[in-house]
Design a protein around this ligand. Structure first.
Ligand SMILES: [Zn+2]
Length: 325
C-alpha cells in the first residue's frame, strides 16, 4: 500500500473531530477541538481548517502525502455543490461553500458529505459493514439518522436528501415528529422521543414507577425507560416495545427497498444492548414475509463516536477512487 493519507473532519455543533487515515482505514492521528459556533462563520471555518492542518502536523506526516480531505457536515447540505446550507445546530453556517474554502486554504482536494452519510460510510468502510456491499445504518440518538450503501456506493438521491431514514412514516396519522410529519420512526424510536412519549403517558395519568421522577421535575432519559422496562414497569415496557416494533417495521421496509445484507444500529440507544437488539430482531422476523429468507442481519455498529471522522476520511478516499477530483 502506498504511503498516502486522507484527513476526515466531523463537524459537530460542539466539537470538530479530525483524523488522519491511510487507505486501509488505519487511524494514524486524531484530535478534537471546540467548534466555537458562537464566534461566527469565520471562526468556525478557521477551526475546521486548523483542525485539518493540526492533525497532519501532529501525526508527523509530510503534507505532500495527504491526498484528500473529507468533511462530514450536518444537513441540509449539498455534496454536489460542496455547500453547507442551513444546519440547525450551526446557525452561523448558512450557505457556506465549505468544500471550496477548505480546498483553497489547504491546497488539498476536499469533499463534503452529509454527516449521517459519512458516519454510515465509516461503519461500511471500517466497522460493522466492512465485509458487505449492501448496507444500512440507523443512528438512534436525539433523532434517528441513517445512511444507505447500495452496491458499494452511498445513496444520496436527486434532491440529495436520500437516506433520511428517521422520517420514514411507520404509523400514518401517528405521533407528531420534529419534522412536522406524523408517525415518523424518529417520533417513536429515538432516545429523545422514547423519553418524551413516556412523559406524555405519565401526564395522561397512567400509573408508572417513572412518575416519581416526573413529579420531582426530573427530565426523563432513555436509560430510565430501559431500566423501568427491565424492572417490569408496564408503561415503560409498552413505550420500549413500540420503539423496537417501529424499528422492526423500518428494518422490513429497508429489506424491501434496498435489500441490504446487514443493517447496523448506532447511537446512544445501543447502550441498552441485547434488550434492544433481540427485541428489534424479534419484531422484524415476525413482520417480514416468508417468500424468501432475505431479512438483513441486524447488528450493532462498532466505531462509536469515531464513525464520523473515520467515515469522512473514507469519503475522501472514495472521492479519489471514483475520480471526483
Ligand atoms: Zn419526521
Amino acid at each position: 500500500m502506498a504511503d498516502l493519507y486522507c484527513v476526515g473532519v466531523d463537524l459537530g455543533g460542539t466539537n470538530i473531530k479530525a483524523g488522519l487515515l491511510d487507505e486501509g482505514a488505519k487511524v494514524v492521528g486524531n484530535i478534537s477541538v471546540p467548534t466555537e459556533v458562537d464566534r461566527g462563520t469565520q471562526a468556525v471555518v478557521d477551526n475546521i481548517t486548523e483542525a485539518a492542518e493540526r492533525v497532519m502536523r501532529e501525526a508527523g506526516v509530510d503534507r505532500g502525502k495527504v491526498v484528500g480531505i473529507g468533511i462530514g457536515s450536518p444537513g441540509p447540505m449539498s455534496h454536489r455543490r460542496g455547500l453547507v446550507i442551513n444546519p440547525g445546530n450551526l446557525p452561523c453556517m448558512k450557505n457556506v461553500p465549505l468544500r471550496d474554502i477548505v480546498a483553497e486554504r489547504t491546497g488539498i482536494p476536499t469533499t463534503l458529505e452529509n454527516d449521517a452519510n459519512a458516519a454510515a460510510w465509516g461503519e461500511f468502510w471500517a466497522g460493522a459493514g466492512r465485509d458487505v456491499s449492501d448496507f444500512v445504518m440507523f443512528t438512534l440518538g436525539t433523532g434517528v439518522g441513517g445512511g444507505v450503501v447500495v452496491n458499494g456506493r452511498l445513496l444520496r438521491g436527486h434532491f440529495e436528501n436520500g437516506a433520511e431514514l428517521g422520517h420514514m412514516i411507520v404509523q400514518p396519522g401517528g405521533r407528531r415528529c420534529s419534522c412536522a410529519q406524523h408517525g415518523c420512526v424518529e417520533a417513536y424510536s429515538s432516545a429523545y422521543n422514547l423519553a418524551r412519549r413516556a412523559e406524555e403517558m405519565v401526564a395522561e395519568g397512567r400509573p408508572s414507577s417513572l412518575k416519581k421522577r416526573v413529579d420531582a421535575g426530573e427530565l426523563l432519559m432513555a436509560e430510565h425507560i430501559v431500566e423501568a422496562a427491565q424492572a417490569g414497569d408496564a408503561l415503560a415496557e409498552q413505550v420500549w416495545d413500540e420503539a423496537c416494533y417501529y424499528l422492526g417495521v423500518a428494518m422490513v421496509t429497508m429489506q424491501h427497498m434496498s435489500n441490504p445484507q446487514r443493517v447496523v444500529l448506532a447511537g446512544g440507544l445501543i447502550a441498552a444492548g441485547d434488550f434492544l437488539l433481540s427485541r428489534v430482531r424479534s419484531h422484524a422476523s415476525k413482520l417480514t414475509w416468508n417468500l424468501l429468507n432475505d431479512l438483513p442481519e441486524i447488528q450493532f455498529a462498532t466505531l462509536g463516536n469515531d464513525a464520523g471522522f473515520i467515515g469522512a476520511a473514507g469519503c475522501a478516499w472514495e472521492a479519489r477512487r471514483t475520480g471526483e477530483w
